[in-house]
Write a protein that binds this ligand. Structure first.
Ligand SMILES: [Zn+2]
Length: 251
């Protein structure tokens, strides 16, 4: 694997929130308060996210991962500490145990940070701007979403996303995703925009409503429109809904 640093594509969401994309359409967000800035996810690993976020904000940074998948934690090497829900630590171990990853990190003198656990309902005060984390198990056991009430944005990683992957070995049953969606239903009036882990532009909050309807429909066995969904060397099923969205699952 060649390791070559890339410049991110940067899209301002407002005057203190930015979307960064790498060449693989993985997303990272930088949210600046008066005192500190939060980096939410770090993409696949070829962008120096710390440098990019410092250039945008000039503030001390907190790096928070929405979950433990490699296309979200890949750029954590730029930080001394990163936060994540502890239920996803086994995914980090799996990633770092990969000999190819070890070789790239070793050759480039990069190392991964220590991880501090994110607690459910934890509030991060960035100075005049707070983000609150909510545990959201489903896509993975340690997925979190983060609510920025002042900006009316919900950051959702891969937990609320157009293509929801629930077919992975580490994904929980569909019922867990339903429980997570229901648990955050009281927040529904507090955001207008969803920024997920593979956005190239903001998604509307209506994705939440459409996903909840669709996954309840799927759980009820209404699968007549479902289709095969090949990925890597396997074939799962996809439940289409809404605006070209899908829930991918194993029957
Ligand atoms: Zn993921």
């Amino acid at each position: 694997m060649d390791f070559q640093l890339q410049k991110p594509r940067i899209t301002p969401i407002n005057d203190h929130v930015w979307l960064l994309n790498d060449a693989y359409n993985c997303a990272c967000y930088v949210v600046a308060g008066a005192d500190k800035a939060m980096v939410i996810d770090t993409m696949i690993g070829f962008v120096d996210v710390r440098r990019a976020a410092e250039a945008l904000t000039g503030k001390p940074l907190i790096c928070v991962n929405t979950h433990g998948h490699s296309d979200h934690i890949g750029g954590n090497w730029a930080f001394d500490t990163a936060l994540m829900h502890p239920a996803d630590l086994p995914l980090v171990d799996e990633f770092l145990d990969d000999p190819e990853v070890q070789a790239v990190l070793g050759e480039n003198k990069l190392s991964f940070p220590g991880f501090r656990p994110v607690a459910d309902s934890e509030i991060f005060d960035l100075g005049g701007l707070e983000l609150q984390a909510f545990h959201f198990p489903g896509h993975t056991a340690g997925e979190i979403v983060l609510l920025d009430r002042a900006d009316r944005i919900l950051f959702t990683g891969d937990g609320i996303i157009g293509h929801l992957w629930m077919q992975l070995p580490e994904s929980l049953p569909l019922s867990a995703q339903i429980d997570s969606l229901r648990r955050i239903r009281p927040l529904r009036g507090e955001y207008d925009v969803i920024l997920h882990g593979h956005c190239t532009e903001p998604e509307t909050a209506g994705l939440y409503d459409a996903m909840l309807d669709a996954i309840l429909d799927l759980q009820a066995g209404n699968t007549v429109n479902d289709e095969d969904y090949p990925w890597h060397d396997r074939v799962s099923r996809a439940h289409p809904y809404g605006d070209c969205w899908k829930i991918v699952y194993n029957p």
